[in-house]
Write a protein that binds this ligand. Structure first.
Ligand SMILES: *[C@@H]1O[C@H](CO)[C@@H](O)[C@H](O)[C@H]1NC(C)=O
Ligand SMILES: *[C@@H]1O[C@H](CO)[C@@H](O)[C@H](O)[C@H]1NC(C)=O
Length: 212
């Protein structure tokens, strides 16, 4: 069995990986957790490590600020320098528990719900994702979700991810589901992770993790 992901196929020739340093056009990192060695732009490659939650030590690399966003609006993440490697893009949110804020919570528990995933088209020589080469990506903040501070990681298949700290205003009282835990939502052999985008080109592709 080959362990071949979109990112790994290009990593050997790539100098520039990328990261997600800011939200809604703001400056980098005041409300996005600045994980260890973020400047190296390296992907996380280990789905069995806690780093899959918020990148290397990112679960506790608390940022000082919390960004206020309106339920139902789009949240835009900057990709720096751009989404250089092909792969799926997914976004999750989790409600911060009582007694904590988005600036001091580690995101533990079966609390993450997916709010966005994209899907590729089948090209002549590879799967093609809509986020390829994008310098920013947007996701709609659910309108019916709970009101409180939230965090949100964004990531590609091999695994470029950030956690942002959010306060959602004007939300509802809904209970999003299904929820998953990071660590635990992915395994290295998930069909959405262990696949080859080039040969044979998959005729359909389902991203890893739970349903949106
Ligand atoms: C992945 O992370 C787990 C947990 O920290 C560790 O036990 C394992 O050795 C790591 N695997 C690799 C290939 O680094
Ligand atoms: C808002 O996000 C959705 C994805 O949830 C995307 O399809 C749409 O293009 C975005 N709108 C804007 C104006 O960025």
């Amino acid at each position: 069995m080959r362990f071949l992901t979109p990112i790994l196929t290009l990593a050997a020739v790539a100098h520039s990986h990328y990261n997600f340093p800011s939200m809604n056009g703001g400056t980098a990192w005041p409300n996005v957790r600045q994980w260890t060695d973020y400047y190296a732009f390296t992907p996380d490659t280990n789905v069995s490590s806690l780093d899959i939650r918020c990148n290397v030590n990112g679960a506790v690399a608390f940022a000082a600020s919390i960004l206020s966003v309106a339920a139902g609006s789009n949240l835009t993440w900057t990709a720096s320098p751009d989404i250089y490697h092909p792969g799926p893009l997914m976004a999750y949110m989790a409600k911060v528990p009582t007694g904590k804020t988005a600036a001091n919570w580690d995101g533990s528990g079966t609390v993450w719900f997916k709010i966005y995933e994209d899907h590729p088209t089948v090209g002549s020589s590879a799967l093609i994702w809509p986020s390829m080469s994008a310098t920013s990506v947007s996701f709609k903040i659910p309108a019916g979700g709970p009101i409180r501070e939230l965090s949100l990681p964004v990531g590609g298949a091999q695994f470029y991810l950030s956690c942002g700290q959010l306060a959602v205003t004007g939300g509802g009282s809904g209970t999003p589901s299904p929820t998953v835990a990071f660590l635990g939502a992915y395994t290295a052999t998930d069909l959405g992770i262990l696949f080859d985008i080039y040969y044979p080109i998959p005729t359909n592709y389902q991203p890893p993790g739970p349903a949106v």
